[in-house]
Design a protein around this ligand. Sequence first.
Ligand SMILES: NC(=O)c1ccc[n+]([C@@H]2O[C@H](COP(=O)([O-])OP(=O)(O)OC[C@H]3O[C@@H](n4cnc5c(N)ncnc54)[C@H](OP(=O)(O)O)[C@@H]3O)[C@@H](O)[C@H]2O)c1
Length: 327
Amino acid sequence: MKAIVVTETGDPQVMSLTDVPDPRIGPAQVLVDVAACGVNYIDTYQRSGTYTVQTPFTPGLEGAGVVAAVGADVDWAAPGDRVAWCSTAGSYAERVTLSREDCYRVPEAVDLDVAAALMLQGLTAHYLSASSFPLHPGQTALVHAGAGGVGLLLTQLAVARGARVITTVSSDEKEQLSRAAGAADVIRYERFRDMASELPRAVRELTDGVGVEVVYDGVGASTFDGSLDSLAVRGTMVLFGGASGQVPDFNLQRLNRGGSLSITRPSMGHFLRTDEERAWRAGDLFSAVAAGELDVRIGATFPLAEAVAAHEALQGRRTTGKVLLHP
Ligand SMILES: NC(=O)c1ccc[n+]([C@@H]2O[C@H](COP(=O)([O-])OP(=O)(O)OC[C@H]3O[C@@H](n4cnc5c(N)ncnc54)[C@H](OP(=O)(O)O)[C@@H]3O)[C@@H](O)[C@H]2O)c1
């Protein structure tokens, strides 16, 4: 089969489409023909070496497709089943093997492209808004990169929980998309010369000087200081990524000075630990999509062979919503 392979970490060009053996199916696994692979920021961290992965490897954690064969011990899936996943290494490929814990059945009403687009960023948006900092009606949240994959979904889920959402974005098109997702106010942070002082000033102008109860920050290095200073007293910083670079070590006394702030640095896997938790989160998402209550924007689709262009677009801030690869 064809798969993207990284033999040495580095810039996007280290990825190349290669002939590799089909994956071997274990007794407790299913073999899936991949219909769509999801591109996520974590794929860029692994490809570049920011997160350590042993080389050579096939990037990608997410996708959707159709079960082609099942292992001898599998009674939870059958050939022909439509499934999706979010934590299976080697997903930039024509075929993958899945185990039960990372195999989600896709309802008939949900298209396979939409399912692939929903999994990792949707489950992230779900745990951020429902668990990392569970939002309640009347609270105000700041969501960075509001037109991104996580940003558009998180904004919709936060608004559905009754929160007021302020987002940041870097272009007119992204501002329109973010407002359509439910953002009450959109801050154009690309215009700031000094993010650390101008971001909190803009947030306080929009909140009568109070600040926000929570910042969901997946941008990281460039926004972190300004995010902390945008929080209300006893507010919570949810740092969940570093699209602009990783946040350096910092002095805990800043939480004291900022007003008894809290900070958490969550990771999706820790919020998908049991069958019940996985079924709850995925069930909420698929039901909302099927009911027309959650819009999943697929902003760009590339052939698998063009994974390099997909990563360049994502890291170049040229994408909105989800980026998919088609084998
Ligand atoms: N911890 C977890 O469980 C978890 C799970 C999923 C994703 N994440 C994190 O969530 C974040 C968003 O992921 P995503 O896949 O949905 O990506 P994305 O938001 O679709 O793309 C990243 C966005 O970040 C913004 N950005 C700001 N400064 C940037 C810079 N210097 N370089 C590149 N982008 C910049 C851009 O939006 P603007 O142009 O509008 O600024 C860009 O479109 C990432 O940090 C990712 O690691 C974490």
